[in-house]
Write a protein that binds this ligand. Structure first.
Ligand SMILES: [Fe+2]
Ligand SMILES: [Fe+2]
Length: 204
């Protein structure tokens, strides 16, 4: 059977076959805990998409795939990157946990025939954010931090901001991430700083 191209028609966009197919395969590649997190991100992303006028099906597909490669080992991530000739910078190579977004986006494209660039970008950039994120990218980035299973000191405040203003919520999530990354002495990717500065410059 020919694989379906998710973006071929709106009918296909409406098709839950792809979503269910990904969910089944997801159970094989990530832990149960991560699977529950992913389902929380799907719910949050669909909620935010509805709220802020984005396509809910695109949000669901990007969300369900965002952590597809999260439980891959460092070796598996780096082998995948090499085999598929994916470009990575020094910081991504060193802070290899950040690579799971790029690998998941490639799997989405190659294994699930997803050709919608916005979905692929949302999956790829959920680990760092980037300058000029699309609405869908912002929704996936934010959903990862506010899904129902998340519990950390600032999550309630972030959920409240998410109800009011998408950009302000993404800015807060970026700020929280930057503070956290500095507190644990880890490498901070420049895309995260660029995302933060760009939103801050354009916010009212
Ligand atoms: Fe992730
Ligand atoms: Fe996640």
């Amino acid at each position: 059977m020919k694989k379906k191209d998710f973006t071929e028609t709106n009918d296909v966009l409406m098709d839950t076959y792809l979503l269910n197919n990904i969910k089944e395969n997801l159970k094989e590649v990530i832990s149960n805990k991560r699977y529950i997190h992913t389902m929380g991100v799907v719910d949050a992303a669909v909620y935010l998409a509805e709220k802020y006028g984005e396509n809910c099906h695109k949000a669901a597909i990007a969300a369900v795939l965002h952590d597809y490669a999260k439980d891959f080992s460092e070796k598996a991530l780096k082998e995948y990157i090499k085999e598929n000739q994916i470009k990575v910078d020094d910081i991504l190579t060193k802070a290899y946990q950040l690579l799971h977004g790029k690998v998941a986006a490639s799997i989405a494209e190659k294994d699930y025939n997803i050709s919608d660039k916005d979905i692929l970008n949302a999956i790829e950039n959920h680990t760092t954010g980037r300058k000029n994120m699309s609405k869908l990218e912002k929704i996936i980035y934010l959903s990862d931090f506010i899904e129902v299973g998340r519990s950390y000191p600032a999550v309630d405040e972030l959920r409240l901001i998410a109800e009011e203003d998408l950009d302000k919520a993404v800015l807060k999530a970026l700020d929280n991430t930057i503070v956290y990354v500095l507190s644990i002495n880890k490498l901070l990717h420049p895309n995260t700083i660029e995302a933060r500065n760009e939103i801050l410059m354009n916010i009212e």
